[in-house]
Design a protein around this ligand. Structure first.
Ligand SMILES: C[S@@+](CC[C@H](N)C(=O)[O-])C[C@H]1O[C@@H](n2cnc3c(N)ncnc32)[C@H](O)[C@@H]1O
Length: 304
């Protein structure tokens, strides 16, 4: 086992940091015994689970997927162009921190406008240096925006306002280098979770963390991208889970527990009835209503 230092370089909605202990105790025995050589994460988001697992166990290779293109760019740049990313962030950090409050705010909106206006120009098929400045802007916005979130509106524009943090750590070079090292055995993919199928075999551990099924009308926070992830998508994912099960891979999936708000809601119990379903307490971090940030259950489904 390597020393665990690596963790997400972005704050991401649905981040799983607070559930790592619950996952740790449910890791398949075969992984601890070195019997699983590939790690697959079809909804990687900020990668809390990915960075933890890939810095703890010696996987031969990992495949991470997300439908969000900015994440594809971010992981690729941190893996392949970290020196230049650090330089860009250093520059942004100095420019930002040397200003007073109102001019910091102005600078934030300049970077946000540039980020939104240049989206269409990005060629996602081949690395180019503009990827690195874009990822630096993304990390800068993530550190300085309200609540440190990444959220886009229906036009795909990053629309989170300026945040209140007086002393944001825009550059964390040590962390970026640690993450870059961990990413070296990893292929980064963009697109739908189903694209991960060809990489899954009886040598794989797969962790699936889809967008939460909203607990009620008001907590319908699924704005990760322009596409929603409704109940039909949850059903498509359950079919995919069963297909992956047949490969002999070890699978773990998490989601919100509908029974938090409706004890009779058996949505996931029905979908995953063939598998082991456990309920674990989780602190939900993202809720518009601060009084509702209490403890609720999360479900963990495993096929082992
Ligand atoms: C709950 S978050 C993952 C959080 C992650 N485990 C973490 O710790 O940050 C779900 C992710 O699924 C992605 N997503 C949404 N629909 C998807 C799809 N059809 N295929 C792949 N990824 C998708 C979103 O962009 C989001 O990053």
């Amino acid at each position: 086992m390597r020393e665990v230092r690596s963790k997400p370089f972005l704050k991401w909605a649905g981040g799983k940091k607070q559930l790592l202990d619950a996952f740790e105790s449910r890791i398949p025995m075969e992984l601890r015994e070195g019997g699983l050589s590939t790690y697959i994460e079809p909804f990687v988001g900020g990668g809390a689970v990915y960075f933890y697992l890939n810095s703890t166990f010696n996987f031969k290779s990992c495949h991470i997927f997300d439908i969000n293109e900015e994440l594809f760019l971010a992981y690729t740049v941190v893996r392949d162009d970290v020196d230049s990313l650090v330089n860009h962030l250093e520059e942004l950090s100095v420019k930002f921190l040397s200003r007073d409050e109102s001019s910091r705010k102005e600078f934030f909106y300049e970077v946000r406008d540039e980020f939104n206006q240049t989206k269409a120009e990005v060629n996602l098929n081949r690395f180019e240096p503009s990827w690195t400045s874009r990822v630096a802007n993304l990390i800068f916005l993530n550190r300085t925006c309200f609540n440190g979130l990444f959220r886009v509106n229906s036009k795909g524009q990053f629309n989170v306002p300026f945040g209140r943090n007086k002393n944001p750590k825009i550059l964390n070079a040590e962390l970026l280098y640690a993450d870059s090292g961990v990413l070296q055995n990893t292929e980064v993919h963009r697109g739908d979770f189903a694209l991960s199928a060809p990489y899954i075999s009886d040598e794989s551990f797969v962790y699936l963390d889809p967008p939460y099924r909203p607990l009620n009308q008001t907590s319908s926070f699924t704005g990760y991208s322009m596409d929603g992830f409704g109940d039909d998508e949850q059903r498509r994912l359950a079919r995919f889970f069963s297909e992956c099960d047949r490969t002999g891979a070890k699978l773990m999936l998490s989601n919100s527990d509908p029974k938090n708000t409706d004890l009779n809601d058996d949505f996931f119990d029905t979908l995953y009835s063939e598998f082991r379903i456990e309920r674990v307490p989780a602190r939900r971090m993202i809720n518009c209503d601060h009084t509702k940030r209490g403890e609720i259950n999360e479900i963990i489904v495993t096929n082992y």
